[in-house]
Design a protein around this ligand. Sequence first.
Ligand code: FAD
Length: 429
Amino acid sequence: MSHVAIVGGGWAGIAAAVALADAGHDITVFEMAPQLGGRARSVAGEPPYDNGQHILIGAYRDSLALMRRLGIDPNAVLKRLPLALPYPGEPGLQLPPGPPLIAFARGVLAQHGWPLSARLGLLTAAGGWLARGFRCDTRLSVAELCARLPAAVKRDLIEPLCVAALNTPAPQASAQVFLRVLKDALFSGAGSADLLLPRRPLSELLAGPATAWLGERLRLASRVQKIEPCWRVDGEAFDGVVLACTSVEAARLTADIAPAWSATAGALGFEPIITVYLSSPGSALPAPMLALREGPDAPAQFVFDHGALGGAPGRFAFVVSGAAAWVKRGGCAEAVLAQAQRELSWATPPVIDKVLTEKRATFACTPGLARAPARIAPGLWAAGDYIAGPYPATLEGAVRAGLAAAQGVGAEAGMAAKGAASGSPTNTP
Ligand SMILES: Cc1cc2nc3c(=O)[nH]c(=O)nc-3n(C[C@H](O)[C@H](O)[C@H](O)COP(=O)(O)OP(=O)(O)OC[C@H]3O[C@@H](n4cnc5c(N)ncnc54)[C@H](O)[C@@H]3O)c2cc1C
């Protein structure tokens, strides 16, 4: 049996740990924080806050399977809603149930908030993307890809979807990655576009059950300082290692042993997300999630009603994605409060409850971005939402990277363990 170290216990590390253990490997998970979950964790409060509002979609196949594997029923912890982008006072785009292509066409044609020419323009563009297999020039930005779409479609659909999925504003966001998200969400199986909104604190979705499942194989509050070849983690010998920490930490840990990989991982830029929680006892939104129109004095693109999601009544999470300009400018929470007062109706005056700013929420998903590959060296693999792949930084991207790393390192660590038993080690970088 081989012994594999997993460094980092976010969704990527948890996915890798479970897959490796299920394949019969002995595992040890090192997590520097006092809890698992990484960026998708709860933050102290009564009830707990989420470290940023998270949305899953029906297409998150591997994340949902991982939850089930750990005994979590996705239907119990997530509220499934057909994709809809209502704005205050406007129904917005709503996808009816049914086969994806037909549902998309019907939903767009029924969006009477847009002129008929805009609806037909979107359907024509989507038909073109479909015909080209959702591929485009990798140097294109989302703004360039959609330049000829009607302004209302860009404002009400493309720009909010882009910043929500890629956490990068359309003029800077990769069109190729955006098309891949559209393909998987809107044009794969029935229900793949459904929104899955957490109805329990974020840590209960995966991290809490994973903590119990790992038991003594988990070392919390253990920040790995050094990785040495063949492989030693802070001096302790393993047959293989999965680096499931952040790209910044992975770059630090590999600087001496794999400088080229380290340089690629370390070169990523980041985009912040600011989550502003407002409190307004007795208030409720017309839907659990509303889209908002972003503007120079209106930072938030979405708002979530936690009371409607089974959380704290009167708690509202306003999401400011692609928030670099607001981090620089300051005053985001006050601007969100003013936006909320202008655009929504309240039973009691809303007040700022909590502000969470994640400066490195996700990597900036720009055109032609060089992302580090999963394999660093024989027996040393990386997992995380930033690893080369078709997805932007998402829970599903992290889980899939964890599964891929587990498969790769599992095979190599197994060979190394056999080699060590026969006196000829095989994991030499
Ligand atoms: C505010 C916000 C909102 C988001 N919204 C969404 C959303 O709606 N939908 C969606 O799909 N995704 C969303 N994301 C992205 C999603 O949270 C991430 O893609 C995902 O959590 C990344 O998981 P990971 O395991 O790759 O990395 P991380 O979660 O960053 O995990 C890395 C772990 O490694 C640990 N670590 C680092 N260094 C070391 C070390 N040296 N030793 C030991 N441990 C170490 C860290 O403590 C951390 O726990 C959001 C992110 C943020 C911040």
